[in-house]
Design a protein around this ligand. Structure first.
Ligand SMILES: Cc1cc2nc3c(=O)[nH]c(=O)nc-3n(C[C@H](O)[C@H](O)[C@H](O)COP(=O)(O)O)c2cc1C
Length: 166
């Protein structure tokens, strides 16, 4: 992915749900989390903790607990984005999540955001990793080198942009 600009990374990122078995190096994972922790947060509270999981057994347990995230079982890495229960925890955790997806893409790593917050399985997954009770599970992220090149339809620029008024 070297030579790609940030704009290329943003425009070319797509959710990846099929992964090669190749593991991701610890240094890359650390740098991805470094990008996550620099996301903007309301009042600069930085309410997050990122749980990085590479143990196959734990990843499979988390995958099994989800509804539309079963494919996570085949991923070599999973990141859980937790936030303290602050007023803007969801926005803050979502900003960090997007940074993770983009940083991963910059390293040529595929990812998929799997719903956390609002899902009935958050308690179960929080328990699997021993998260404290006051922590909100904002998102579950599957990570791995891509084994597919999906091209989901996107609304055109003209459909979504308005100038000066609606
Ligand atoms: C809040 C949120 C929750 C999501 N939850 C899931 C999920 O549970 N399972 C899944 O396969 N994809 C999930 N996705 C990924 C979306 O399906 C995907 O982003 C969308 O289809 C657009 O495709 P793209 O990411 O390739 O642009 C989620 C995305 C967001 C932002």
């Amino acid at each position: 992915m070297q030579g790609k600009t940030l704009l290329d990374v943003i425009k070319e990122r797509r959710s990846i749900r099929a992964f090669k078995v190749t593991p991701i190096s610890i240094n890359i994972l650390k740098d991805i989390i470094d990008c996550a922790r620099l996301a903007p947060t309301a009042r600069n509270l930085q309410p997050w903790t990122f749980v990085v999981i590479t143990e196959e057994k734990t990843i499979k347990k988390i995958a099994e607990a989800t509804d539309y995230g079963k494919f996570l079982a085949q991923a070599p890495c999973c990141i859980l984005v937790f936030c303290e229960d602050t007023k803007y925890y969801l926005e803050d955790g979502s900003a960090a999540t997007e940074n993770i997806l983009l940083a991963a893409k910059a390293y040529g790593i595929g990812s998929c955001w799997i719903a956390g917050d609002k899902k009935p399985y958050v308690k179960k997954i929080s328990e699997i990793v021993n998260a404290p009770e006051n922590q909100k599970l904002v998102s579950i992220i599957a990570l791995g080198y891509p084994d597919e090149q999906p091209c989901p339809p996107k609304k055109s620029l003209d459909e979504v942009i308005r100038w000066e008024h609606w």
